[in-house]
Design a protein around this ligand. Structure first.
Ligand code: ATP
Length: 366
């Protein structure tokens, strides 16, 4: 039985540092109570690391990630600190490729008690997961874009999109397995909707064909399809109809922000980047320079990401106590908002990071 886990902690920039410190405080009382230990290995990386040292993500940080049981990540990037070519510092994108973290898991769940932006009473039923392919798609263009001259002599840039069979197969298999697991917990679930633009792009038609091939191996869940444009409309009209939604990298990047908006914003949207050997757990939000240093960052998304980390470790090591701890975090978060024990600034309240953290720690107490 494994009960000691080595967790690499990458706070990064801006509110990344604030929500990570809050999350480590929240995890503290859980460890003794549930009988496991998280050994933290805090490592540098991010835009300010680049500014200070000329290196956005030292090799030693990447090596530590390779050896870790799991990685807890805040946020990296800062608009004013950029590479000479004008692009932002985003070591998390390199990490996804280096550690082969192909499934970007973005749960979009309505937390009871939050003032949801959609007026329909069904909004309280929103519980879907965007699975963002995270190693290629349009993000393949990073480092592969090229300047060209058009046939009529204009200057242009071509950013190539890559859709490979391997990436599609593992993305869809992951999504079908996730839908099976969700159906086991809730029989109303168990649907995978492939989101693409297969009516226009060859790569997307290829992707859609692989989705249909793989669906034949998972006949106990429903395989459905929606074009990305119609999906955006449906996310506003009837998001409660969706369950697991795999899609190309850039589509997933955009749809997950839209999804977060449906459940009160980035402060409530956890995420995990998962591969076959490694996994990084982080809030969906960035470093939020507009609120950094003010003590008002909402740590809820990172708490829920830490719950995903414990659940992933628990599944991987067949360790039920970690699954119980993950569930305890989710229940404590739900209780805090359902009972109005905290009202963070991002929903018009007065509670900052410390007050929300205290409320969740109190709600965790037996
Ligand atoms: P990135 O491109 O790095 O993902 P972004 O441009 O999407 O970042 P974010 O940093 O995610 O931007 O912030 C988007 C908006 O949401 C900002 O107004 C920010 O203040 C707000 N926001 C993000 N995270 C939180 C949080 N944890 N608590 C409160 N507000 C947040």
């Amino acid at each position: 039985m494994k009960s000691d886990f080595r967790i690499v902690v990458l706070p990064g920039d801006g509110i990344g540092v604030e929500v990570i410190d809050a999350t480590l405080a929240m995890l503290e009382p859980l460890q003794a109570r549930h009988g496991f230990r998280l050994g933290y290995d805090r490592r540098p990386g991010g835009a300010h690391c680049y500014e200070d040292t000329g290196d956005a993500f030292p090799d030693s940080s990447m090596k530590a990630c390779e050896a870790a049981d799991a990685i807890l990540f805040g946020a990296m990037g800062w608009p004013e600190i950029r590479y000479p070519d004008g692009t932002e510092i985003a070591p998390q994108l390199d990490m996804r490729v280096h550690l082969d973290l192909y499934a970007g898991v973005r749960p979009i769940r309505a937390i009871p008690g939050l003032p949801l932006p959609l007026a329909s009473p069904h909004a309280a039923e929103i519980d879907l997961v965007i699975v963002r392919e995270s190693t290629e798609g349009w993000f393949h263009a990073r480092g592969h874009g090229r300047r060209v001259t058009t046939p009529d002599g204009d200057e242009a840039v071509q950013d190539p999109c890559q859709i490979s069979r391997k990436a599609c197969e593992r993305l869809f298999d992951f999504s079908f397995r996730l839908a099976q697991a969700r159906k086991r917990r809730n029989p109303a679930k168990g649907k995978v909707t492939c989101i693409d633009k297969s009516n226009v792009f060859l790569g997307m038609a290829f992707m859609n064909g692989i989705f249909r091939e793989r669906s034949a191996h998972f006949t106990d869940v429903v395989a459905d399809h929606c074009y990305i444009d119609a999906y955006c409309l449906n996310l506003i009209r009837r998001p409660w109809d969706y369950d697991v939604c795999p899609m190309e990298n850039q589509f997933g990047d955009i749809a997950s922000d839209l999804g977060a908006g449906l459940v009160c914003g980035m402060g409530y949207a956890p995420s995990a980047d998962i591969g076959d050997r490694h996994a990084v757990f982080q809030p969906s939000h960035g470093s939020a320079p507009d609120i950094a240093g003010k003590g008002i960052a909402n740590p809820t998304a990172t708490f829920l990401s830490a719950a995903m980390m414990l659940e992933w470790l628990g599944d991987r090591h067949a360790e039920p106590t970690l699954l119980e701890a993950a569930q305890a975090i989710r229940e404590a978060v739900d209780r805090v908002f359902a009972e109005g024990r905290a009202r963070p600034a991002d929903i018009g309240g007065v509670d900052g990071t410390a007050a929300v953290t205290r409320a969740v720690i109190d709600a965790l107490a037996p």
